[in-house]
Design a protein around this ligand. Structure first.
Ligand SMILES: C[S@@+](CC[C@H](N)C(=O)[O-])C[C@H]1O[C@@H](n2cnc3c(N)ncnc32)[C@H](O)[C@@H]1O
Length: 287
């Protein structure tokens, strides 16, 4: 989760690209927000809280291990790997990993980390098309905290399904549950918890106006943070719709609903309450 950042420089949209300007701005804003020195860890519950991180990691590991057991190899596409918090583990298991990243600074960091490793391929993804244009197919496609950044995530997941090998898997974690199916109070409570965490961090001044504006449901399409946290600040992500979509192409689909928030104590408290805010999807046995 991010708040105010400097305005993203506007890039000229090539006429021939045919891309919608709004979606192009969303893509360009990824780099503006996830730029040099961006701290992926502190504002990301699935990275900041060891228990949650381990739960995500153990699911990813199980998918990779299963594929190795079935076929002796595992080709992974990781979309939006950030600084590679999960990439490391998948590579350590011997998988061949292709990463796509919309942020060049993050990609550069990954290049330095994995330089010389023949099992890692890094693709700069200017418009969300890199994995599809590349023509590769995969045993596992991984999206960790990524779907909510993609305006048309249904089309994206449909396209991803087409590049997964028979018997392969799709896994996605850390997206907000669809707000229209949650209570108004529950969704607003999330925002209050987030603001509480910001205040505790001591950097609330800069983001306070943004949070207040979002709390009132007002969005600013000129502000990169409102474009980057696309579905967090809009309707959440439709977990049921995605589950149905995946069921049409996979033998088994698990929808994992869980609680997540930034603050450490709030996370422990929320987990005990057992009210889910966030979801993961694990689809296996591509037909
Ligand atoms: C919240 S971060 C998550 C990073 C990492 N997966 C993790 O969990 O630590 C989202 C990342 O996805 C990237 N991103 C967003 N949309 C993308 C897309 N369509 N294709 C590739 N990368 C994307 C952003 O640049 C950013 O680095």
């Amino acid at each position: 989760m991010v708040d105010d950042v400097d305005r993203a420089p506007r890039h000229a949209i090539p006429e021939e690209s045919g891309l919608d300007e709004h979606f192009t701005n969303v893509a360009h804003s990824q780099e503006a927000v996830h730029g040099h020195g961006h701290d992926y860890e502190s504002g990301s519950p699935h990275l900041a809280h060891p228990q949650l991180r381990n739960e995500v990691l153990s699911r990813i590991r199980a998918l990779v291990a299963d594929r190795f057991a079935q076929t002796g190899r595992c080709r992974v596409l990781e979309v939006g790997a950030g600084h590679g918090a999960f990439t490391d583990h998948v590579i350590a298991m011997g998988a061949e990993v292709t990463v796509t990243e919309m942020s060049r600074p993050s990609l550069q960091l990954l290049q330095e980390r994995f330089r010389g490793n023949p099992n890692v391929r890094l693709l700069f993804d200017a418009d969300g098309d890199a994995a599809f244009a590349d023509g590769g197919t995969y045993d596992l496609v991984l999206c960790v905290s990524v779907l909510h950044h993609i305006p048309d995530y249904f089309t994206f997941v449909r396209r991803v399904i087409d590049i997964i090998e028979p018997g392969g898997s799709f896994a996605s974690f850390q997206d907000p549950l669809y707000y229209p199916r949650r209570t108004w109070a529950g969704v607003k409570a999330d925002r209050v918890l987030y603001l509480g965490w910001r205040i505790h961090q001591g950097n609330w001044r800069h983001g306070f106006a943004t949070q207040l504006r979002r709390f009132r449901g007002v969005l600013d399409d000129e502000n990169p943070s409102d474009l980057v946290e696309y579905h967090v600040v809009r309707n959440g992500v439709d977990e049921q719709g995605l589950t149905e979509l995946l069921r049409s192409s996979f033998g088994d689909v698990e929808l994992w609903r869980y609680f997540s928030t930034q603050g450490r104590w709030l996370q422990a408290w929320g987990q005990r309450l057992g009210v889910p805010t966030t979801f993961g999807l694990i689809a296996t046995s591509r037909t």
